[in-house]
Design a protein around this ligand. Structure first.
Ligand code: SF4
Length: 191
């Protein structure tokens, strides 16, 4: 199996440290432990008895050092986990916020496009041949047509496309707007 080169290992370590800074602290502490433990051991063994096996006094010195290293490692690991969680939370909030902004921009653009398209349409000429043929008037109350019934007007006709606007489209007058208060003989009550 091919061993990773030293430069590859260094690059990997560097990138990990960038993502989680706390990991560097863990590595430092573990390095300190690797240096400290042999020194403590040698000091403990440097008695008149020469190279005698580790005594209880040796363990008395080593154990606190190991506990200290373990405590520091645990603290660094907690810090590392907190940093990672904070970074993830920040990233999640940023993405969510950006998505909301894009959504709002799209809705605003769609509304503007609709307004522009509606405004661009000319109003129906009451005296035009098509309006005359259908008996269309902007003011339904002025209609004198046997089919007309009080209350009928474009705004409550099934073909009116203006919603609650004062003017709106009607498929019978392509590219033109009829008035919400208007009426023509093709009126069909909205259900
Ligand atoms: S069809 Fe309806 S909306 Fe169109 S002009 Fe006639 S009454 Fe108005």
């Amino acid at each position: 199996m091919t061993k990773p080169s030293k430069s590859t290992q260094d690059q990997t370590l560097a990138s990990e440290e960038l993502v989680v800074p706390g990991r560097r602290r863990v590595l430092e502490i573990m390095g300190m432990a690797a240096v400290a433990l042999p020194v403590l051991g040698l000091q403990a063994c440097g008695s008149d008895e020469g190279a005698a096996p580790a005594s209880s006094s040796t363990m008395d010195k080593v154990e606190p050092a190991m506990k200290d290293v373990a405590a520091k490692a645990e603290k660094a690991a907690d810090s590392m986990a907190d940093s990672a969680k904070t970074a993830m939370d920040d990233m999640s909030e940023s993405v969510e916020s950006a998505a909301e902004e894009v959504k709002a921009d799209v809705q605003q653009a769609a509304g503007q496009a609709q307004t522009i398209a509606t405004d661009a349409m000319a109003q129906v000429d009451e005296n035009g041949p098509q309006a005359m043929g259908l008996g269309y008037k902007h003011d339904a109350t002025t209609i004198e047509n046997a089919r007309y019934k009080a209350g009928q007007q474009c705004s409550n006709c099934a073909l009116y496309q203006g919603g609650s606007d004062e003017w709106g489209g009607c498929p019978l007058f392509t590219g033109k707007q009829v008035k919400a208060t208007g009426w023509c003989s093709a009126y069909s009550a909205a259900s």
